[in-house]
Structures are given as C-alpha cells and as structure tokens.
Design a protein. Structure first.
Length: 134
C-alpha cells in the first residue's frame, strides 16, 4: 500500500481491528501468539527453533511497594474470609485491617506526591516526625 493511500485511510485515527482489516491495513486478525507463529513461519522457523521471552519493564520502588502492599492485603483477606461468617469476628477483623491500613494509607499519600521520573529522593529524618510529612 502506498503512503498516499495509507494516509487517506488512517489519517492518524485509531481504528477498530475489524475496520483496519476491511481497509487493508492489516492482513488478518489474531492474538500475539498468532503473530509470533506467523513471523516464525515467514522466516522459516519451526516452533522448536525459537523461544518467546516476554520482557516486562522494571518496576519503580513505588510500584514495588504498592504491589507488595496489595499482595499482603490479599493474603490477609483470604486468611480472614473463613472467619467472616461470624459478624462479631468480621467486625473485629475489619477494625484490625483498618488499623493496619491507616499508616500504610498515610505512607501511600506521602509517596503519591513524588514525581521524579528516576524515583530518586532524599528525606531528612530530623525534619519530620513519624507520620507527619511536609
């Protein structure tokens, strides 16, 4: 497809997959796995001749902390779910989780104010009291 035809079809717009197929902008629809198999076929590789490795971007320290916190709360919730049938136990558990979450929420609010793309920060431990952030 020449550039003029392509520009006339797309014009910088985002198209649905079916519309892109109808317009001839893609050969066929499929999944990532389909695309990998087709690419391997085009260069003459059998499925035993290559390995697919998915690379994920490194998590920032902030993202790691949030992931660990969410994993920790998920485990606690699963452990407590059997006890939730008793309303007194459920109330006690909810209060305990709320108490556990409060300092974490304060820390997350503090962390959400950080905007350095390199995630590099310094904090004077003498200038602030625990739980009080400026």
């Amino acid at each position: 497809m020449d550039r003029t035809t392509l520009d006339g079809l797309a014009q910088g717009r985002v198209l649905r997959a079916t519309d892109a197929l109808e317009a001839g902008l893609v050969d066929q629809l499929g999944s990532l796995d389909d695309a990998i198999v087709r690419a391997a076929d085009r260069v003459g590789l059998d499925s035993q001749d290559y390995e697919v490795i998915s690379l994920q971007p490194a998590l920032s320290p902030r993202q790691l902390l949030l992931q660990q916190l969410s994993d920790n709360f998920a485990v606690r919730a699963l452990l407590g779910s059997a006890a939730l049938r008793d309303s007194k136990t459920a109330t006690t558990l909810a209060a305990a989780l709320s108490e556990l979450a409060e300092p974490l929420v304060n820390q997350l609010e503090f962390l959400s104010s950080f905007e350095d793309p390199s995630d590099l920060y310094m904090r004077c431990m003498e200038c602030t009291r625990p739980g009080v952030y400026r």
